[in-house]
Design a binder for this molecule. Sequence first.
Ligand SMILES: Cc1cc2nc3c(=O)[nH]c(=O)nc-3n(C[C@H](O)[C@H](O)[C@H](O)COP(=O)(O)OP(=O)(O)OC[C@H]3O[C@@H](n4cnc5c(N)ncnc54)[C@H](O)[C@@H]3O)c2cc1C
Length: 350
Amino acid sequence: MTDYDLIVVGAGPAGSTVAKTAAKAGYSVLMLEKKASCISPCAGYVGNTINTELPENCTVQSRITRMRTYFPDMTFHDFPLNGFVVDRPSFDMALAEEARNSGVDIRWDSPLTDLTPDGDGVMFRGGEASGKIIVGADGVFSKTASLLGLSRQDIAVCAQYHLKGIETLENTSEIFFNADYAPGAYAWIYPSGPDSAKVGLGITITSGSRSVHDYLDAFISESEVANRLGGEKTEYMTGALPVGGLRENFCIGNVMLVGDSAGMADPITGAGINNAILAGEVAGKTIVNALENDDLTLLARYERKVRRLLERPLTRSLEKRGWMDTLGTPNEVLQERLPELWVTFKEYWG
Ligand SMILES: Cc1cc2nc3c(=O)[nH]c(=O)nc-3n(C[C@H](O)[C@H](O)[C@H](O)COP(=O)(O)OP(=O)(O)OC[C@H]3O[C@@H](n4cnc5c(N)ncnc54)[C@H](O)[C@@H]3O)c2cc1C
């Protein structure tokens, strides 16, 4: 059994960031990925914040300078925004490549299957390895978290097409609130080029009787914007994201959870890439410090630091989510109270 300083489970943005940070400092790192390559379902919007530099070799599909948010009656509100739509597989693969170039040993097609009984090793398809520290960056349905006995998270389920040959708004991400199409969440159009876009929606799992696929097809063929969306449907995908906010604990002994596995996506917007990378950097630096000092009790600082950074905004968003779930968000309520529920309105922050 090979020994590593760090074993990271999951080669998404969180995992690659943690792995790269520790490997750059000279520590031995194994990263396990369940799939043969990175293919997380995503619209690919990455905010241009100080913590996120786009990796080289990542395909940028469009620049976003504005978010347009539609009320159910299709009146809208514009807000300046600064970010990119990326091709998500190329983004994740570029981050994984950076990790590999820093010395990370990546095993594709190697899902984690168990933690060793002594807690300092992992079993995965094709082998086992021991590590002083284990990071679960394995997404919303984290196997690492379930092996620790932690509960499943509340989720929104999402579906998305990449539509080609359609009418998009340049540099604009469009967000649609309408309970007929996206009960409990919203629909989106993220341009991926002059005449193509990722068009999708999320629903909270308890709402509605139709499937998420039915809702998306209805949005594309029946909604007020259907006349713009009549192009070719490609790349259908479904996925889920956590909407329950931060887990109660996400650093348990020598095991740390980072990104969606710890509930770091925003419960209202669903955005989780920036937070996954931010927390990945914090986790990586904390791990380096603990290894340098040969003191794993220092790992507990990770959870405290992340809470300082993310707890306030995620708690606010979680309150809004609770409010939305209680009211059921029929269109009359959304029409009147959307500004209190959506981040681009000043009322959200009041
Ligand atoms: C349809 C959809 C659209 C979205 N759009 C956006 C958006 O535009 N912008 C945004 O910021 N966020 C978006 N999100 C959320 C975003 O995708 C996540 O918050 C983000 O990917 C979290 O990163 P992560 O590294 O924590 O997890 P993930 O990106 O989910 O990575 C986890 C990795 O772990 C691997 N894995 C899982 N189980 C195992 C196992 N047992 N062993 C080994 N590996 C395993 C998975 O294969 C995956 O590669 C969207 C989500 C969905 C579902």
